[in-house]
Design a protein around this ligand. Structure first.
Ligand SMILES: N[C@@H](CCC(=O)N[C@@H](CS)C(=O)NCC(=O)O)C(=O)O
Length: 224
C-alpha cells in the first residue's frame, strides 16, 4: 500500500502539528494504522498550493469559494479530498478496519463538530492571537486578514476574561458528554441489576465519572 498524503499547515513549532482541522484526519490515519506522509504548507500559500494540486475549494459561510487544508491525496485510489470530515468519511469507507464511527455515530459526531466552535467562539480572540505567534510573518499576516473577516481585530492574547469564557465553553462541552442519555440508560440497568459491590466497582472507574453521569441525567430528567 502506498502512503497517503496529508496536507497540513507549517508552523514554527517543533514538529508542526498544531492546526485543529488537519488534526482530525491525522488522528484518524494514525488510529487506523494507515501509512501516510505529511506535506506542510505555509498558511499564506494554501490557495496557490491547493489550486496547483487540483483540490476542490471549500465553501465560506456566505457560499463563496475558499481553498483550505486539510486535503488528503490517496495514490491507491486516486482520490483527492477536501475537508476534514469528508476525509474522515472517506477513510472510514475505504479503510473500514478500526471503525471511527461506531454504532452509526457519524451524524452525532458531525453535529458535535459543528456545534463545538460556537462554545469557544466568545474566547477565540486570544487563541487566534496566539496562532499568529507560531506562524511565519507572511502567514501571520495572511491569517489575520482571513480570520478577521469573521472575528474582527484587534485580537488580544492577554485578557483574563477570555480564560473564563474558554473554561465556560468547555464546561458546556463536558456536560454534553456527561449527560448522554444512552449511556445513562445502560448505567441505570447496571445500577439496578448488578450487586451493590459490582455497581460500586463500575462507579469507581474514571474517577467516579459513570455514577455521576447517571446522577446528572436522573437529575436533569427529574427522575432522581
Ligand atoms: N470545514 C473545513 C475547514 C478547513 C479550514 O478552515 N482550514 C483552515 C486551516 S485550519 C484553512 O485552510 N483556512 C484557509 C484560509 O483561511 O484562507 C474542514 O473541516 O476541513
Amino acid at each position: 500500500m502506498l502512503p497517503l498524503v496529508l496536507y497540513d499547515i507549517l508552523s514554527d513549532l517543533p514538529g508542526n502539528n498544531w492546526s485543529t482541522n488537519p488534526a482530525k484526519p491525522r488522528f484518524v490515519l494514525s488510529y487506523k494504522d494507515i501509512p501516510f506522509v505529511t506535506l506542510w504548507v505555509e498558511y499564506s500559500d494554501i490557495p496557490i498550493a491547493m489550486k496547483a494540486i487540483g483540490a476542490k475549494p471549500n465553501k465560506r459561510r456566505n457560499g463563496s469559494d475558499i481553498y483550505t487544508v486539510p486535503v488528503l491525496s490517496d495514490p491507491n485510489t486516486g482520490a483527492l479530498i477536501t475537508d476534514s470530515l469528508e476525509i474522515a468519511s472517506y477513510l472510514e469507507k475505504t479503510y473500514p478496519e478500526k471503525p471511527i464511527f461506531p454504532s452509526n455515530s457519524e451524524p452525532q459526531i458531525r453535529t458535535f463538530d459543528s456545534a463545538y466552535p460556537s462554545l469557544i467562539r466568545p474566547a477565540i480572540k486570544f487563541i487566534l492571537a496566539r496562532c499568529t505567534e507560531i506562524l511565519s510573518p507572511a502567514s501571520a499576516k495572511f491569517f489575520m486578514g482571513a480570520r478577521s473577516v469573521d472575528i474582527p481585530l484587534p485580537w488580544d492574547a492577554t485578557r483574563d476574561a477570555d480564560w473564563e469564557l474558554l473554561e465556560k465553553g468547555h464546561n458546556t462541552a463536558y456536560d454534553w458528554y456527561q449527560k448522554n442519555i444512552i449511556v445513562a440508560c445502560w448505567l441505570l440497568t447496571f445500577k439496578r441489576v448488578l450487586k451493590e459491590d459490582e455497581w460500586a466497582r463500575i462507579s469507581s472507574w474514571n474517577g467516579g465519572k459513570w455514577a455521576q453521569v447517571l446522577a446528572d441525567v436522573e437529575k436533569e430528567c427529574k427522575l432522581a
